[in-house]
Structure formats: structure tokens, C-alpha cells
Design a protein around this ligand. Sequence first.
Ligand code: GAR
Length: 211
Amino acid sequence: MTESRRVPIAILLSGRGTNMVSLVRAAQEGGLHADVRVVVSNKADAGGLLLAAGLGVPTAVLSHKDFQTREAFDSALADLLARHGVEYVALAGFMRVLTPTFLNRFPRRVINIHPALLPSFPGVHSQQQALDYGARITGCTVHFVDEGTDTGPVIAQVAVDVRDEDDEDALSARILQQENALYPRALDDVLCGRLIIEGRRVLRAREAAGC
Ligand code: GAR
């Protein structure tokens, strides 16, 4: 990558970490203008921690079980990220709802990826929700995080067909492929200032981008 600015980010996860790997690789290969300062998990046994360490990224564990309240956990999490100089936060399979205590420390700077076309199928088991509903199309969404569950302004979406023979695993795998490709591109648009937020709508900025 040239000497263009790289934005210090953290990636938060709770599990396997394929989206984290996709973001870190894109940052290392120049497709994402990010400096991944730390990967944090609320679960010590998250597979993504080992993958991050293998990619040379510092890792940390902050267990929500060590805190009495959501706010206490969120405050400690924000402090941890601040110590790493983080400006933006990418959630990548981080299965905790963040309170305003955290979000107010990173206003409009927390981004999430979700395995459905929001506002359809928020929450957990979104792929099974799509199958149970009988949807013919589902997909994935990158969005800004607000105080609700998967309710923030949509940055980018990709559709995935539901096939007759799909079960949860097969559909999840096809969506995940799209997630891994979409997340670095969508996050780069945010980090490089290519987007503006107007109410709920996220639009392309007319001004030249910052990267
Ligand atoms: C991904 O499918 C992501 O969209 C989902 O968890 C999975 C994490 O996979 N996130 C949510 O459901 C958040 N509501 P990964 O650990 O391999 O990136």
C-alpha cells in the first residue's frame, strides 16, 4: 500500500473468525485502509483468537462474565480499545449487544456484519429464520451499529438465493462466502470517508474520498 492513511481499528468476535481473517488479510494486502490494532473476544476459547495471532495481530480477551452489568463490561471494553488507539470498531461475529456506554465512545464508528438482508431476520440463527419463513432470497448486510439489535443504517448488502435443498449449514456457508467478500469493501468505504449518512440512508459522498 502507498503512504495513504490507515485507520486504527479493532475487530471484536466471539467465535470462529472468518470475517476477521478476511478483514485482516485485506488490511495486510492493501485492500482495506486499516491498521488492525487488536482483535478482542469476550470468549477465551474463540477460534478467531488463534487465527488472529497467526496473522500477527495482537489479541485480548475480556469476558463479560467478569462484570456485574452490561455497562461495566462495555466501559472496560471501550477503555481497552482506547488504550490501543482504536478509532473504528468492526464487529465480526461478536454476539453481544452493545449499550450506549460503549457506542457513545465510538459514535457512528461501530460497524457490524449480519447474515441476512436486514431488516429481515435480525438476531440469532438468521439463516434458519430465512429457511423457516420460506424466503427465496436472503443474504448479508453490513451496517452501522446503533442501540437496537441489528437496526442501524445499512451500508451494503448482497443477496443470496435460497435453494430447495438448503439446510442451515449449506445456506450459512454460501452467505458466509459473500460476507467475507463484502465486509472489507464496505468497511473500506466507511474508513475512507466515501459515504455520508442522511437519516437512515447511507449514500455515496460527492467529495473526493480520503484514501
Ligand atoms: C457470521 O455469519 C456473522 O454474520 C454472524 O456470525 C457469523 C460469524 O462468523 N454475526 C451475527 O449473527 C451477528 N448478529 P465468523 O466468526 O466466521 O466471522
